[in-house]
Ligand binder design. Structure first.
Ligand SMILES: NC(=O)CC[C@H](N)C(=O)O
Length: 460
């Protein structure tokens, strides 16, 4: 299903996102103003009276200005006078339970529908925005302050943003990072992705935890009544919909890029080269970069690529990638996995893991609110080792439904759900989470080494 409701609107009512409020520029012959603090307690006398609504205070100091425009200053030239953070609410999030959340818009404007999920990562919003597994979903960041590092060309996890929209508590009023080339607002606007801020993300998260994932409609269109938006939310479905065909590549391609120096802690380059075919169900680029760093030659193929064509390439292994949506809605992909499993070593990541579960005759089910974040403890039952892992999924494999011989190797320690499998007879391994992280901790990177070992042993 495409995202039918997105109306690429005119520029949002606040068309520019300056990196600096006028108030923050050094005043001639007056002390510079270098920071904006949100306060919940009364301001000290020195700054009382400067705040807005008793909550925002500007701190005067003689220190140099620290928030600078590092993002293409030209982009903001001729921008109208800045209103943030005093901009009025101009957007609504209407959830299928009937609740209406007023917010302020950034990025694109229009009306969009999607499933709201919360992500507990503290960093990495750009990698999250470009993770194709979020297609059809609004990502709500529980970390309240988002946007302060802007965006840069090196942190993309795919060729575009496939998610429905971004929900944040506080959108940074400035960017401050040496890699930043663009603000989050500019970036989302160019990609026609809606964002909202100044909304109570803690309250929405608690609701999702209590009631489970909810469909929502985000709109800046004042002509639409709450009731109409609610109807849209109620009539939209994500379960049973094939979202993979919207995000997969059109044709096969080779991948050669490796990860940069930040990953040198795990220099496991194999002396042998293994040819891995990667099924692109919405693959994150860091999976490909890590495989390349482990010495693999990589061919990426579209989700619908025939298994026989892949086997004809005589690969050393096949990786089934992550991807959006319901694994039970893509029987063609399950069939492909079935045709490959047992013939060459395979590694499934997230959606790939769920498809392997189904291909083995097991069942997947929808979790209450899923796992999305970079702080999920996972135990490897074989060694007792606990990794802190990056996760992003709403579905899981029911281990009880799997045939004999399949071992549950990993458990999510938050809820004991199945987080990994091996089936030695079938030369198969899979993880429900993201060993490539990006964003997230690198603890589980060794899983790629395990896959290389699997391919090595198969050659013997
Ligand atoms: N990251 C993924 O591959 C997500 C898998 C699947 N779409 C889910 O939500 O469970």
């Amino acid at each position: 299903r495409k995202h039918p409701l997105l109306t690429p609107g005119p520029a949002s009512p606040l068309p520019s996102f300056p990196n600096m409020l006028p108030q923050m520029r050094p005043l001639p012959s007056s002390p510079a103003i270098h920071a904006v603090h949100r306060r919940t307690s009364p301001a000290p006398p020195s700054i009382r009276g400067l705040g807005q609504h008793g909550r925002v205070a500007l701190v005067r100091t003689t220190a140099p200005v620290v928030c600078r425009s590092v993002a293409s200053p030209a982009a903001n030239q001729g921008a109208p006078a800045v209103e943030r953070p005093w901009k009025l609410s101009d957007a609504r999030l209407v959830l299928e339970d009937g609740s209406v959340w007023n917010a302020k818009s950034f990025g694109a404007s229009g009306t969009q529908v999607g499933e709201v999920v919360f992500n507990t990562s503290l960093t990495g919003y750009q990698e999250i925005l470009t993770d194709p597994s979020y297609a059809g979903q609004f990502v709500l960041m529980t970390n309240p302050h988002i946007g302060n590092t802007g965006v840069n060309s090196g942190d993309e996890e795919s060729i575009k943003c496939f998610l429905g929209g971004l929900i944040v508590r506080s959108l940074s009023i400035c960017t401050s990072n040496w890699r930043c080339t663009e603000t989050l607002d500019e970036y989302l606007r160019k990609r026609n992705i809606m964002g909202i801020y100044d909304v109570d993300t803690r309250a929405i998260t608690r609701r999702l935890r209590e009631d489970g994932s909810l469909i929502g409609v985000l709109s800046t269109d004042q002509s639409l009544k709450d009731k109409e938006l609610l109807e849209m939310a109620k009539n939209w479905k994500i379960v049973g919909v094939d979202l993979i065909s919207d995000v997969t590549c059109d044709a096969p391609y080779e991948w050669v890029d490796k990860t940069g120096s930040g990953w040198e802690f795990n220099d496991n380059q194999s002396s042998e080269t293994f040819h891995v075919v990667v099924y692109d169900f919405g693959v994150k680029h860091n999976i490909l970069r890590r495989l390349a760093s482990y010495g693999c030659k990589i061919t990426v193929v579209p989700a619908s690529w025939p298994a026989s064509d892949v086997l004809n390439l005589k690969p050393d292994g096949v990786l089934f990638s992550n991807g959006p949506g319901d694994p039970a809605a893509v029987p063609y992909a399950v069939k492909t996995v079935q045709e490959i499993v047992g013939k060459v070593p395979v590694f499934g990541i997230c959606m790939g893991h769920q498809l392997i579960g189904q291909a083995l005759g097991g069942k997947t089910f929808k979790m209450k609110f899923g796992h999305h974040g970079g702080n999920h403890p996972v135990r490897d039952n074989r060694t007792g080792r606990v990794d802190i892992s990056a996760q992003n999924h709403n579905y899981a494999v029911d281990p009880e439904s799997l045939p004999e011989g399949v071992q549950v190797t990993h458990i999510n320690l938050n809820d004991q759900s199945c987080a990994g499998l091996v089936f030695p007879k079938m030369k198969l391994m899979s993880l429900q989470y993201h060993p490539e992280s990006s964003p997230g901790p690198h603890d589980s990177d060794l899983a790629f080494g395990e896959f290389v070992e699997l391919m090595k042993n198969n050659r013997l």
